[in-house]
Design a protein around this ligand. Structure first.
Ligand code: XIL
Length: 352
């Protein structure tokens, strides 16, 4: 379904159903499609009319690729630079979309000064002030936040807590602190813990699912206000999705009282065949397998891709192809034509 049809069908109020509380109460309202959205790159948002048009046509939701990351927002301890998120939320609201917030506590995209934070008192004070200020500023306007991003480590077979300026002073407790502070700053926002590498049929991915589940159990036992798990879903194109295990994992996550959503979907295609048709078909198959594995158990509260068009994607920063062909990780090609992946996503979000 195109967004325009969706808006007509469900009415503008339908978009608000996405927020957790409203969503639950409104189950009878036969609003069956899952909100779809994409991460937005601030540069072309300002210069490329075709890009804006594609976002308006396809998305109910947007999220900044950057902008709310510490490195962008906090060039110095006293500064909060809201230019990018303000530009995006203005665009979103003018076009009947909602904006998600990404992200409040991450190891990466940190300004140098913040990497110098030391000790429990200073580190927790800075984390709390940041979250109170930023979540508070957009209270009631940003209905869903990636509060903690990439909490799990990725440096060997044992998956533990990722090293960061936050974990080195506060241990796992930084997660508790971030969620409690976000909850106090906006009692109605959906608070999400977001991570990658949870989908594949590999030993590593299986260890990450187990580690995430253990972490979520500990957070639940400590009454930490997490509402949902975000699957980043940067899917390695050369790895099968473990459909059964992902379904089982989603069902375990639901049993803990949490929702799930897909926050950064794309297919890392550096190892896939050069041929476009073949490559696009494999990418769509991976996406279909992941969304199917989730939908077999529950309805994700949202599905977002990390970009809308192959023209603007982060993938070549880390996963450039060695044959010189451009990456094709996203639902629209570089000329905004729909690829098989887009049809797969539309079917999945419409049919729930
Ligand atoms: C990426 C952005 O897309 C790039 O523009 C930026 O240079 C680096 O970060 N996981 C995340 C995102 O949670 O924040 C990352 O975004 C991609 C991987």
């Amino acid at each position: 379904m195109r967004r325009r049809d969706f808006v007509t069908a469900a009415g503008a109020a339908g978009l608000a159903l996405w927020t957790r509380g409203l969503f639950e109460g409104a189950a009878a309202e036969s609003h069956s499609s899952i909100p779809f959205g994409a991460a937005v790159n601030d540069g072309p948002l300002q210069t490329d009319a075709a890009y804006q048009k594609a976002l308006i046509e396809h998305c109910h939701l947007v999220v900044g690729e950057g902008g709310l990351k510490w490195a962008d927002l906090r060039p110095s301890p006293s500064q909060y630079v809201y230019d990018q998120p303000d530009r995006l939320i203005t665009f979103a609201e003018a076009n009947g979309m909602k904006m998600r917030g990404h992200t409040l506590a991450w190891y990466a995209a940190m300004p140098d000064w913040a990497l110098q934070l030391k000790g429990e008192a200073e580190t927790s004070r800075e984390l709390m002030t940041h979250i109170e200020t930023v979540v508070g500023r957009y209270k009631g306007r940003i209905p869903s936040w990636d509060v903690v991003n990439e909490a799990l480590s990725d440096d060997g077979p044992r998956v533990g807590l990722r090293e960061s300026v936050w974990s080195s002073s506060l241990g796992e407790y930084y997660i508790d602190l971030a969620f409690h502070t976000a909850r106090a700053a906006d009692p109605n926002a959906q608070l999400v813990i977001n991570d990658y590498g949870l989908e594949a049929a590999t030993a590593k991915s299986s260890a990450r699912r187990r580690a995430m589940l253990d972490l979520l159990r500990r957070l639940r036992d400590r009454d930490v206000p997490v509402q949902a798990l975000g699957f980043q879903a940067h899917l390695p194109g050369n790895e099968e999705i473990d459909k059964d295990e992902v379904s089982r994992f989603v069902s375990d996550v639901k049993d803990l009282g949490l929702d799930v959503l897909v926050t950064e979907l794309d297919v890392i295609d550096d190892q896939l065949p050069a041929d476009f048709k073949e490559r696009d078909a494999i990418a769509a198959k991976r996406v279909g397998a992941l969304l199917g594995a989730i939908l077999d158990v529950t309805r994700p509260t949202a599905v977002l891709t990390w970009g809308i068009t192959d023209r603007y994607t982060w993938v070549p920063i880390w996963y450039k192809r060695s044959d010189g062909y451009a990456n094709r990780p996203l639902p629209l090609d570089e000329n905004y034509r729909e690829k098989p992946m887009m049809r797969t996503i539309k079917q999945a979000v419409a049919g729930a």
